[in-house]
Design a protein. Sequence first.
Length: 506
Amino acid sequence: MTSTARAVIDLDVTGDRISRHLYGHFAEHLGRCIYDGFWVGEDSAIPNVRGIRLDIVEALRALDIPNLRWPGGCFADTYHWRDGIGPREQRPKIANTNWGDVVENNHFGTHEFMDLCDLLGADAYVNGNVGSGTVQEMSEWVEYLTRADDSPMARLRRDNGRDEPWRVPFWGLGNEAWGCGGNMSASFYAEEARRYATFCHEHGGNSLTKIAAGANEGDLEWTRTLMKSLTECHGCTMGGNLPYQAISFHYYTHSGSGINTEEATEFTTAQYYETVAYAAGIESIVRGHVAVMDSYDPQNRVGLVCDEWGTWWNAAEGTNPGFLFQQNTVRDALVAGLHFDVFHRHARRLTMANIAQTVNVLQAMVLTDGENLVLTPTYHVFEMNKGHQDAAGLPVHVLETPTTAVRGDDLDLVSISASTRDDTALVSMTHLSADAPCTVRLDLRGRAASVVRARVLTGDTASSFNDVEGPERVAPRPIEASLSVDGMLTVELPPHSFATIELALA
């Protein structure tokens, strides 16, 4: 039976700008994300540019990728940047104790990462080492990357072949300090974050957004401690210069049994609904952190960053469990669609987000198998949604939506967000019903509109995925969207689907 959803979209009332950095990505030295992912080496038969795999670069450039976070994750707090500079054959090997306990050769380091960002046209988000590093080590890394004159670190960079400094807009002050980044208390880390941030200097014209390692999911006390630390710091009150300009949090989606406990492609209908309900739960998590930050910072000077999000399933059978390789289904794509709707609604405070991770790890954009590259369903959500980047949010008033009960709570089965830029608008819809279509009626008010393009992403089932044998099982297809003279836009969404409608405005 077909259900109905109704909403009003005010095309002439603009809200907060949706930062393009909400569409950021994450690349850790984990499994096959870097090695056998981004990095194949200059001698590889796979087409590459200075060792960086070319087809991955081309695929990500098509997403208008805004930023890339590196080198971790947990790996960041064991990484010492000097191991990854200089002639590759002379770089020391290190043990990656976090992920698979493998030995890596450090062939992909600072210069290679910045080269990758240049090829992608993406801003660099470098995550420094607080857990096992030193203040001086982090301070010198910033200098090495961004200083232009004849300072010691600038000379060292030139000795390694790079004359001009790079622009590094984003700097992470450790990662998951409550866990793999040091098992610290919130109060201890707050002191450390202020100390490390103090010595991450802005050299020349490079302006740093320093990001404090924040909460695990809904740990509001962690966020409260970091915000309170800003108000109590002598010389860095909310009215003066802030030691850090943003606070992060992490949120991984599963079906309720915990991360890394269930299969990526084999799940029941109940597990499907529990997963999308858990994904929708990020809304209350964001609201909680925003409320805490608003109470200390009504001027909105400190940003909220979700720099790890996505689904986390069991590693695919036959792969190294420590490499976190999982398939990517329609269910994962719908998780992404839900997250972006939440991110858009909270764009006033939420300034950046980074999906975990970009290649071959967790909820990846692309999967590689030798010379073959597969675009995942989640990749297509990013591509279909890229028109929201740096656009102004539009208010969406949902009047009616079908629901289903999940663990005693009602889950809305249709989620909608919209934005506008110049004389265009983009509407995104995530339809969560596992088995029933839905007729969506959108009352477009305030400006005349015409449909430019309407697309839908779905598969035969919610567990459908792409692989080398079927690279386009789940790919965007045209969908009929009718617009009446009085501004009523009607579209019928199939079960478990994500859709976007691009509008021209008069």
